[in-house]
Design a protein around this ligand. Structure first.
Ligand SMILES: Cc1ncc(COP(=O)(O)O)c(C=O)c1O
Length: 425
């Protein structure tokens, strides 16, 4: 073999090059720089609640006294698997046998496993526009395309008819994937909605993957229906779950995948074997709360409902800003009087502060599969207490005024607002 004298550079995969940067995180370098300048940032960009992680979780982590942090079994530690079973019995009133549960490294890994268990490279999954942005990223990692059915803010992001959804299904579609309660729209879908989707799936031979990581966060006394509680759904039903939001344990990285479909669970377990195991200490740490969740989760919806109301009341005072009224989860989509929500979000970090404070929001364009949508929209997470959320809305309003004034002064469009338009008070 002759070694080529001219060194050739290795090339990154197309998949790697095409992977979208998360709109929730990609502006973080600007936030870090703002913090270094001493600016306080109200983080409304990310679903990281400010509540303390419950004491039993922290106590378990502190009390971990094994000599070795050993690998867990790929399905999960037996006590963690049983704890998820107890959780579903208490939270959803359903008995889920151990073999239908797989403990994952966060809901994120459960979503990746679910997509990879049902779809091959070149296949499609059907989502709704807008969707949780990482569905698009995860599908891309699996070589799967996301195809979207558009939802509309003026009817509260309600599902369209079964015919409209079925019309978007192609020969390559393998599953419908959506989130209930919904990130980013805040919509909560009813049992009738789930049955409608199950009917479409039954007609077209699809799986229904429902991401229920915000299960408990439903407002205004609405019922929340888990896909797990719908009789007859199980063979095509896959539920994705996480402790991140309901137990304020985002960094624990513990989630769960559930399905009564043996082939799905078999595939997921083989994927799980390849990644060896989910984190041992955190699986153990979550056992007490998963085994007895209601004392902690029961007041949660009320707490977020108060935050939603405070956020909406404060935002109502901002001219030309419209916001969705979430029925659940903890996000609202705002339509802003700007041409480019990402430019505005970045500008707020780079060039604006009111009394040393600014606001970080997530531009919504990356939550849409369909190009050209969401440019004037941002997602706001109401993960701060009422007082701070009201203050953040005030700072946001001041930022919008300053941004518009700066753009008007130069006659430029919002997309081209230059650094010289700094407004710091
Ligand atoms: C809808 C939805 N699914 C999944 C996740 C990921 O959850 P985890 O932190 O468990 O990976 C998130 C995180 O924000 C989410 O909003």
């Amino acid at each position: 073999m002759t070694i080529n004298a001219i060194p050739r550079l290795p090339v990154v995969s197309m998949r790697g090059r095409m992977a979208p940067a998360s709109p929730i995180r990609k502006l973080m370098p600007f936030a870090t720089a703002a913090k270094a300048r001493g600016v306080h940032i109200h983080h409304l960009n990310i679903g990281q609640p400010d509540f303390a992680t419950p004491a039993p979780i922290r106590d378990e982590i502190r009390g971990f006294d094994h000599q070795t942090i050993a690998y867990a079994p790929s399905q999960g530690l037996p006590e963690a698997v049983r704890a998820w079973g107890s959780y579903y019995a208490r939270a959803c009133g359903v008995a889920v046998p151990d073999e239908q549960l797989l403990v994952t490294a966060g809901g994120s890994e459960a979503i990746i496993f679910a997509i990879m268990a049902v779809a091959d490279p070149g296949d499609e999954i059907l989502v709704f526009d807008p969707s949780y942005t990482n569905y698009i990223g995860f599908a891309g990692m699996a070589g799967v395309s996301a195809r979207a059915v558009m939802l509309r803010p003026d009817d509260g992001y309600a599902l369209p008819s079964a015919e409209t959804i079925a019309a978007a299904v192609t020969d390559r579609t393998r599953a419908i994937l959506f989130c209930n309660p919904n990130n980013p729209t805040g919509a909560v879908y009813s049992e009738a909605d789930l049955r409608l989707l199950l009917d479409v799936c039954a007609q077209r031979g699809l799986f229904l993957i429902v991401d229920e990581v915000y299960r408990e966060l439903v407002f205004d006394g609405r019922p929340q229906t888990s896909l797990l509680s719908i009789p007859g759904a199980m063979e095509r039903a896959i539920v994705v779950d996480s402790v991140s939001k309901r137990f304020n344990a985002c960094g624990a990285r513990i989630g769960c995948l559930t399905s009564a479909n043996e082939e799905v669970m078999g595939a997921a377990l083989r994927f799980a074997q390849a990644r060896l195991a989910a984190p041992t200490v955190e699986q153990l740490a979550l056992v007490p709360l998963l085994s007895d969740p209601l004392p902690y989760t029961a007041p949660l919806a009320g707490a977020y409902e108060r935050r939603r109301d405070a956020a909406l009341a404060a935002l109502a005072a901002l001219p030309d800003v419209t916001g969705s009224r979430p029925q659940g989860a903890f996000y609202s989509i705002l339509t802003l009087p700007v041409a480019d929500g990402e430019d505005f979000a970045r500008w707020m970090l780079e060039h604006f502060a009111l009394d040393g404070e600014t606001v970080m929001v997530a531009p919504l364009e990356g939550f849409y599969v369909t190009p050209g949508h969401g440019r004037s929209e941002v997602r706001l997470a109401f993960v701060l207490d009422e007082e701070r959320i009201a203050r953040a809305a005030h700072v946001l309003g001041a930022g919008l005024e300053a941004y518009k004034a700066a753009a008007a002064r130069t006659g430029r469009t919002a997309q081209t607002t230059p650094a010289s338009l700094q407004v710091v008070s």
